[in-house]
Design a protein around this ligand. Structure first.
Ligand code: ADP
Ligand code: MG
Length: 610
């Protein structure tokens, strides 16, 4: 006799399986709930999380709310108000459409939904746990919807234990939050984590939103792009070549306000920067493409960040040319440019050329901040070293000719003349904070702390295994008690620290001994500096995806650089300016803060015409 063994999966099992696809981590829940709120027409959306969303995720919106029937219905799989026939798939204007997010989330968490439509007097409250419907009742609640998701994966221990630590999970949430909030700048977003408001983004324009999310300095780095064809609209911002950074970050492409990943389109953008930025550096971009949904197939990935187009090549070419044109225009505008006369017939932005070339002839044995790190030592022998180094720096080009011959041999002469020019400037210190100097009809005001931070950062960043920073043994090794977290971090960064000249040993539970420090650093408090470095490192991991070595270099630079309030000798200032100019990117600190301000002669003249 034959036996039947095939049975349909019980609904809650099917939902749990589907949940595996839709809900990978707390951030996935956040994304789905935020998108639902947008689809519901909300103008204010509040996100509240606890413990990186592991214990609580709540999204409150003032959108159109749900009827009592819909409130119950929305948790059914394939329940959606957004499409009802296949054709609708090709004209989608909403974020969701599969109708499986809420069913999936409800299958793996404890949910409370409160919702009310404008016309109703009372709202509905629904409680569901692990896909089991527990109750529906009337409640007082404002128009809109509040979704509370507690204890994600409470019923799937294995999934819960796969979650990363809070810092990482929160970072995912921030990423997803940003991707949703950026294109919807007409919606007010609030983000509260463990009781602290970490973001408050009032409705505004795109630039205001970018500045709130990524810092005010961003505006200076960005140029507007725009193109309007019947097939495709492109808008947004791309960064100036001079603002290129070592790490890939702040790169966004949105299609019809949905964040997408598409290697092909990224390639188009990078192609526009070809020859403008060095091969290891990266532009920032915020690109908004709009095209008729019928040309897009977003249905290939459950979380829908991968996208396919029917006419990829055309989009590629359009994007490339739009970005190129924007950069070309921006290039014509004045920027810091120390060698205008020499670079007239050069297609590169001249600042790029200027800032990368002097490296060619710089003395590799010379250490820029051996002395700088020890400015505190006042009258000791250090001043003498300073002077020597300062002289070393300019050895070999003291007799360089004046720039009459430049046009004949541009390549070589440019380097020499720039360096020669670099000796001639006069400097003074303003307010124990800025170095002021003039060059080529401009006044340059240099932030001493940021300048030194940039110099130290690049010096450490370029350290390789073959050329590690020498460590100098401390006469009295220092023992440090650390928090459990910091101790873990130090263990994790042990090799990196070693490369940079820190000789650190574990010493029992949560404590370390520092035996040696980089020999090019002097006179600093070991304990506070290491603590500061760890703090900065942690902050950076929350703010941005920065690679370990890079992050540590940033943290070191930030913590050991010369601070404001430090008196600088004339030679020290000259040394600093020269070293700054030899940096690959002297214009900004690693975290993108401006280092140099330029006041052009014509601005000065304009002022006095009044
Ligand atoms: P989808 O968004 O793909 O339609 P979901 O499972 O995310 O599927 O949501 C199911 C349905 O529940 C939506 O189509 C919508 O009608 C309703 N809904 C979900 N969230 C909200 C909300 N915040 N406000 C109003 N309606 C909502
Ligand atoms: Mg949805």
């Amino acid at each position: 006799m034959s036996t039947n063994i095939i049975a349909l999966l019980p609904e809650h099992v099917a939902n749990q399986i589907a949940a595996g696809e839709v809900v990978q981590r707390p951030a996935s829940v956040v994304k789905e709930l935020l998108e639902n709120a947008i689809d519901a027409g909300a103008t204010h959306i509040k996100l509240i999380i606890k413990d990186a969303g592991k214990t609580l995720i709540q999204v409150i919106d003032n959108g159109k709310g749900m009827s009592p029937f819909d409130a119950r219905m929305c948790f059914e799989r394939h329940a959606t108000s957004k499409i009802n026939k296949t054709d609708d798939l090709f004209s989608l204007t909403t974020k969701g459409f599969r109708g499986e997010a809420l069913a999936s989330i409800a299958a793996v968490a404890q949910i409370e939904l409160k919702t009310k439509q404008e016309a109703d007097i009372v709202g509905q409250q629904i409680v569901i746990e692990g896909g089991k419907f527990l109750s529906q009742s009337e409640c007082q609640t404002p128009t809109g919807t509040s979704f509370t998701v507690k204890n994600l994966f409470f019923n799937i221990t294995a999934r819960r234990s796969f979650l990363k630590n809070d810092q990482i999970e929160q970072k995912h949430i921030i990423d997803d939050f940003e991707r949703v909030a950026l294109p919807h700048c007409d919606i007010h977003f609030t983000f509260i984590s463990n009781g602290n408001e970490i973001l408050n983004l009032p409705a505004g324009n795109l630039m205001q939103r970018i500045k709130l999310l990524y810092g005010n300095y961003m505006q200076k780095d960005l140029v507007t792009i725009g193109e309007d064809t019947p097939f495709l609209k492109i808008g947004g911002y791309v960064s100036l070549p001079s603002a290129a950074v070592k790490t890939k970050k702040d790169q966004f492409i949105f299609i019809n306000n949905r964040f997408i990943r598409n290697a092909f389109l990224n390639h188009a953008v990078y192609s526009a920067y070809k020859d403008l930025i060095s091969f290891q550096s990266h532009p920032k971009y915020f690109l908004f493409l709009e095209l008729d949904p019928k040309y897009i197939d977003i249905n290939i990935h459950p979380t829908k960040t991968e996208v396919k187009f029917t006419d990829e090549k055309t989009i590629y070419m359009l994007l490339l040319s739009v970005v190129k044109r924007a950069l070309g225009k921006a290039n014509a505008a004045p920027s810091i440019d120390f060698e205008t006369e020499m670079s007239m017939n050069n297609t590169l932005p001249s600042s790029e050329k200027f800032f990368s070339q002097p490296k060619v002839s710089h003395n590799p044995d010379y250490n820029p901040f051996k002395n700088a790190g020890s400015f505190t030592s006042g009258e000791s022998g250090l001043q003498k070293i300073n002077k020597q180094n300062w002289e070393n720096l300019f050895d070999g080009f003291k007799q360089t000719n004046l720039p009459e011959t430049i046009t004949t041999e541009p390549e070589q002469q440019t380097i020499e003349s720039v360096k020669r020019e670099a000796i001639d400037f006069s400097v003074f210190q303003l307010h124990l904070k800025y170095i002021v100097t003039t060059y080529n009809n401009s006044v340059f005001i240099i932030d001493q702390q940021r300048a030194h931070e940039r110099i130290v950062y690049e010096h450490y960043l370029n350290t390789k295994v073959e050329s590690k920073i020498a460590s100098q043994q401390l006469l009295f090794p220092e023992q440090l008690e650390l928090s459990f977290n910091d101790f873990g971090l130090i263990q994790n960064l042990k090799e990196e620290f070693k490369l940079l000249g820190f000789d650190i040993e574990e010493f029992g539970k949560n404590s370390i001994v520092v035996n040696g420090t980089p020999s090019d650093l002097q006179d600093f408090n070991v304990a506070t500096t290491i603590e500061g470095i760890l703090e900065t490192f942690k902050l950076n991991t929350i703010d941005a995806k920065i690679e370990k070595h890079d992050n540590l270099c940033r943290a070191i630079a930030k913590n050991i650089c010369i601070k404001y309030g430090k008196f600088l000798e004339e030679q020290e200032m000259k040394l600093m300016v020269n070293h700054l100019l030899q940096c690959e990117n002297p214009l900004y600190t690693a975290n993108g803060r401006p280092v140099i301000m330029e006041v052009e002669l014509n601005e000065i003249e304009r002022f006095f015409k009044k």
